[in-house]
Design a protein around this ligand. Sequence first.
Ligand code: FES
Ligand SMILES: [Fe+2]
Length: 420
Amino acid sequence: MSRKIINHSDLAPAQCFDAGRYLSAHLLADEFDHIFANCWLLAGVARDLSRTGDYLVFTIGTQQILITRLQDGSLRAFHNTCQHRGMQLVADERGNARHFRCAYHAWTYAGDGSLKAVPHRDQFSAGLDADARGLAPVHVDTWNGLLFVHMGAQPPSLRSFLGAAAEQLAAYDFAAMQVVEDQTCHLNCNWKAVVDNFGELYHVDFLHPQHRRFVDCCNDEVHLFANGHTGVQVPGATVNPRFPIPREPTDLLAAQLQSVGLNPADYTNRIADIRAAVQQRKRALAQESGRDLGAFTDAQLTDAWQYNLFPNTVLSFGMDYLWILRPRPHATDPGRCEFDKITLERRDTAVPRPERDTFPYDAVVRGEKTMTITIDQDVELLSAVQTGMQSRGFRTTWLSDEELRVQHFHAQWERCMATR
Ligand code: FES
Ligand SMILES: [Fe+2]
């Protein structure tokens, strides 16, 4: 059993830090200024803005960003606030409009943010400089079909911010995938507790016992990137060697074999051969159907891949699907966040864009809502993590090597917050 660690950055791991990081409202306010207003943030999926005039509103704490597609195909982003008296401009989360009219006094802006109409304009006897009263712009860019915004004045390019993390994922065509599910769960925990949870496999043996039946969490490959991003590759189509190797393929391995037309009975006492067999079979099937898998490595055909983009985005994906997991902090309460899960899949035919389903954590606990078995298991645990952190008996963390990605995230958090 061996973990491979590839470090592409100069950050020193942060192993031990105060619990106050998850509890302080002052720190949360500083995080908005020094992290969220100062990093590229994943705001949505570019496919949601495929037509001229399509718009969406991305909310992070007290800030709302309006992103829209212009007739020339370009994207624009603005603070979603009217420049007359500051009214929230657009109320819907998504829609289509050629111009944006404020509901208060009907100031009207074009899609490019310019101020086009002001009722009773002659009443502004002190003058009204329309050029100075356009919507306040925000930087917007896309990578692989995903929309990112940056509220800072002169950000680095999105490509340089993502760096080697993006280069490693070049084979994936997330832009060709469609949103098939859009969920938001209200969690009673700090947003970083969610990032931490998706930054380590240490808990998997204990919280997700089903995983030992189809992935090998002992021989993972960990990447630590500049700017606090991390990645992990977990061998799939296999079992966890920390437990006795079964004679027959597990139920989940049998299903994987059958999904590519292989007979599970042929793999009795041959568990270690399954991963390569599935990889070869996938290549053969793709060739028959005329699909080019040349850009994918063998590991990308079978393994579980997850990349965490600093600060608050987790991408969990395979060749034909992507989960965007994104905790958005509450505006003022460090003990709450909104946890989004946007599921994209590669489909042969167009599917209707689902509306966002928003629900409380209790609905998951009661089994009324599910974000998949694995994520439900995480969600059910996270409020107890927040409760425990508030204890006078808990002062600091003490992280293991299995939590190196958590350490890396916190090292970048410390670097950003040091600019205070
Ligand atoms: S606040 Fe928007 S028009 Fe007055
Ligand atoms: Fe988990």
